[in-house]
Every structure is written in C-alpha cells, then in structure tokens.
Design a protein around this ligand. Sequence first.
Ligand code: ZN
Ligand code: ZN
Length: 238
Amino acid sequence: MYVSDMHTHSIASGHGTSDTIAKMAKTAKAHRMRLLGITDHGPATMGSAKEAYFKSLTMAPRWRCGVEILYGIELNILNQNGKVDLPQEILSRLDYAVASMHSQNLIHGDICQNTTGYLNVMKNPKVKILGHIDTPSFPADIEELVGCAPKHHVLIELNEASLAPGGIRTPNPEGSVRIVLAAKKYHTPLLLSSDSHGAAHVGDFTYCIKLLRALEFPEQLIINNQTEHLKSFLKEAL
Ligand SMILES: [Zn+2]
Ligand SMILES: [Zn+2]
C-alpha cells in the first residue's frame, strides 16, 4: 500500500468527469493515504482553470478529511525551450509542479526535440516531477531523462494511466518498462502517480505495482511512502 499520490486532477481541470478536491480527499482517506497532491491542468488546456484559480490555491485548506494536501499544477510544456503555461510569479506560490507534454498544445517533435524540451523544463525551479515521459506521441530519450533527473532535483513518475486499460491514454507498457529499467540501472527513485481525473483512481497503482514486481524493482527506490522526504523534496525552494 502506498500512502501518497502527487499527480491527480480535480473538477478544475475542466474535463467534465471529475470531482471536487473534497471528494478526492475523502477517497484518499478511505484508502488510508496520508498525502494528496492536486495538480490540475495549466491554463493552456482547453476548459481548464485560469490563472486566478492557481493563485487562490495558496489559501486553500492544507488538511481535508485528515489527509494533508499539497497544491500544484500539471504544466503544459509549450515548446522545446521549456516554456510553460503559468507565469513564474504565480507558479512560485504553488507547492510544486508536474511538467508534461500534451498533443493539444505542443507540436510533436522527434526524440531529440522532445528530450530537449524535457531537459529545459527541468531547469525551472518549480518543476519537481516530469509527467508521463512515456507518452508515445512524444518519444523521448527515457534513459537520459531518468539518468539526469536527480541532478536537476526532479522526480520521474511511473504513471498508472499510461498502463491501465480503458484509461485516459492508450496503454503503453513499453515506455513504462523503459522507465523502470532505466531507474533500476541508475538507482533513480520513482514516484507512482495515478493521474486520476477525479476521485475514482486516487491512490490506485495496480498496474504500476504489477510492472515493478515483474521487473524486480527495489522497494527502497519507490518514494511514495517516504512522505516527509517527498514533501520537503517537492516544496524545496531552489
Ligand atoms: Zn498529462
Ligand atoms: Zn495529469
């Protein structure tokens, strides 16, 4: 059982199928989780929250239903230079950011271009997690990213929605396998993320766990249960 999930979406992501933060916290509590990260899509995602929402999160309750909440964002990487869709001034008030590539607002590049985009966004001091680097439409040099993430103070996630059938993305076990093998090779910690849109999959890492076991990934490199360390890592000002 893992007690934290740092990449989740509330109703503010605007997909129409999600839940309130309160309902997600209730689900986290029911799963006996301790730490929940709310990372709604940045303003460049169609229908997602505007800048004012992310500004207001600084005043949102830190605890709900006995679960500690961190407030972040899933930024859209907008170009290879690592440009993102929230002004740094607002971003700096949030606890942390996930940075990801999405077809809606980034032209598909080749492996070299996509890898450059990830490497550049890692230089942003608020970016603490790279989201779903296994996305097939944005092929990247996974081994290089996993190998150099620690020196940029960035975590690589293993995304449940990249593996679960019927999820928000086409299952891509190949990319996830590459992430796990590279992390094992470089002793890079991995963060399990549900990428749940709403409460339904909060804390659900079923397919991630199956894969990690099959590839004999060391338990001590899974960071989700090291909650104090995880919290300070994400909130650390660089
Ligand atoms: Zn995403
Ligand atoms: Zn997401």
